[in-house]
Design a protein around this ligand. Structure first.
Ligand code: ZN
Length: 264
């Protein structure tokens, strides 16, 4: 169904049923924060049930690599004053594959492919990518999109438990092929700068990453799943400059040790 573009009307209809929020853009998001987290858990379980498609590097087998990576996420979330820091786990998982990509599901579950780690040169670039993915979760881009894609009434039946039991799994499955809009991508880039500006990482780390991958002969997965305006690098650098953020490279040595542990 098509969503009536009148957020106020839908809010009035929904308010007795469940907690519903409109984003700052007037988008309707049918999911409560708790439901968003549950959807993330469901999707995480789905990912872990498909080791052929998502071969996960187990935390227990790579304790030092995970300590570095999770430490970076924790620092960005804490210093960057990321939304839902108390509600979402902001946990990060490594997927052992040549795919040059990273993604986040609702509720703050972040996934990074070792193929992407292999293309990076500094911890700042990794922090930039993580900041971008954290922003997708913190700004609730996926559930905003789902609300548009599935329609309001379908999702109301889902979140009130009156739908058929398979629907949540199908919605969780469709998250894995979700495309963000260009404005979501721009916002995630902006927030990556804003978060990193509060940390010791170079605030324009994400720009370094885009520079690394944009010269490749075939577009890496990150670009095919992330619409890429040509001026993305310039926009990130300009925002860091406007906000007087440090863009000095902070971490190369620790990153290279991490990279060596998870790639070969
Ligand atoms: Zn993105």
């Amino acid at each position: 169904m098509k969503i009536i573009p009148n957020c106020t009307l839908l809010l009035l209809l929904a308010i007795s049923l469940l907690a519903t929020s409109c984003t700052k853009d007037g988008d309707l998001n049918v999911f409560s924060v708790e439901q968003e987290l549950e959807l993330g858990r469901q999707t995480d379980a789905e990912i872990r049930s498909m080791p052929g498609e998502y071969p996960i590097l187990e935390r227990s087998a790579y304790p030092q690599a995970y300590a570095y990576l999770q430490g970076m996420v924790d620092e960005i979330v804490r210093e960057g004053q990321v939304s839902y820091a108390d509600e979402f786990p902001y946990t990060v998982t490594l997927i052992d594959s040549d795919v040059e990509n990273a993604f986040a599901t609702p509720g703050g579950f972040i996934y990074v492919y070792t193929g992407l780690v292999a293309t990076l040169e500094t911890g700042d670039e990794l922090a930039g990518v993580l900041g971008h993915e954290i922003a997708h979760a913190a700004r609730r881009h996926a559930t905003n999109q789902l609300t548009k894609q599935y329609g309001f009434s379908t999702l109301v039946s889902l979140v009130t438990g009156s739908s058929d039991p398979g629907l949540l799994g199908r919605v969780a499955g469709s998250l894995l092929s979700l495309q963000f809009t260009r404005s979501d991508e721009k916002e995630a880039d902006d927030y990556s700068v804003d978060y990193l500006c509060q940390t010791n990482y170079a605030a324009n780390g994400a720009a370094g990453f885009f520079e690394q991958i944009q010269d490749q002969p075939s577009p890496p997965a990150f670009l095919s799943s992330h619409p890429s305006p040509a001026n993305r690098v310039e926009d990130i650098n300009a925002r860091a400059d406007d906000k007087n953020c440090s863009t000095l490279t902070s971490d190369r040595v620790d990153f290279q040790a991490f990279q060596a542990r998870v790639t070969n």
